[in-house]
Design a protein around this ligand. Sequence first.
Ligand code: NAD
Length: 251
Amino acid sequence: MQITDTAAIVTGGASGLGAATARALAGRGAKVFAVDLPGAIEKAPIVDGVTYTAADVTDADQVQTAVEQAAGAGNPLRIVVNCAGIGPSARIAGRKGVHDLELFRKVLEINLLGTFNVMRLAAAAIGETEADQHGQRGVVVNTASVAAYDGQIGQAAYAASKGGVASLTLPAARDLSSSGIRVMTIAPGIVDTPMLATVSEEFRQGLADGVPFPKRLGTPEDYAQLALDIVEHDYLNGEVIRMDGALRMAP
Ligand code: NAD
C-alpha cells in the first residue's frame, strides 16, 4: 500500500518506537497524527508532518475524537500503528508482597484493551474511505513483544497483555478483511527506548551480548522500518513477526 498522501495514526507517537515510526511515515509523505498522553506530548520532538494529539488509548471518546481529526484532515486515513504501552515489573507473590490486582488490570487496560479500542474505532473510519485499485483501504500494525512467548520474571501482566495482542492478530485480520483492512503485529525483542531507561549500562551491554545477531539492541528505527515494510507489503496479513535478532531468553 502506498504511504504518500495518506493519513496515519501512531499511538505512543511521542516516544520510542512510536516516535520513530511517526517520523518515518511523515518522511515518506504521510500526514501523521501522533496520539499520546499530554505529559508525553509536552516532551515530544517537533517533526515536520507530525501533529500531536492528546488522547488516552483506553478512553473511547478521546480516541474517537483523535480518529475523526485524522480522518478529516484531507488525506484518507489508511495507516494505524499502535505503539502505546507500559511495561511495569512486579512478581506474582514473594518477599515484596503479592501482585497488585489494580496494576495487572492497568497493564491489560492500556496494552490490550487500548490497542483494541484504537483498532476498532480507526477501522470503522478506514472502512468509510475509498478502496485503492486492489480493494485495499488500510492496515493496522499492533505491537506485542517477545514477552508474549518468553515472559521473564516480573512480566506476568505484561506478557499476558502482549499475548493478548498477538492472539488478536488473526481474528482481527479475518474480521476486517471484508473492509479491505490488513492487521499485522510486530513482536519486538529488546529495543533501546525510554522503557529501558532504568537499567544500568552494564546490564544493557549484557542484553546486547545475548542477541545472536546482530550483536546489539534493537533501535526504534529498526521497528519503524519494519512497520513501513508491513504497510507497503500487501500480502502480509494476520501474522505476528518477531523482531529480536533471534534472541531467545532463558527464564
Ligand atoms: P516508550 O515508553 O518510549 O513509549 C510508549 C508511549 O506510550 C509513551 O509515549 C507513553 O506516554 C505512551 N502511552 C502509555 N500509556 C498510554 C495511554 N494510556 N494512552 C496513550 N499513550 C500512552 O516505550 P517503547 O519502548 O517505545 O514501547 C512502545 C511499544 O513497544 C509498547 O507497547 C511496548 O510494550 C512495546 N515493546 C517495547 C520493547 C522495548 O524493548 N522497548 C520491546 C517489546 C515491545
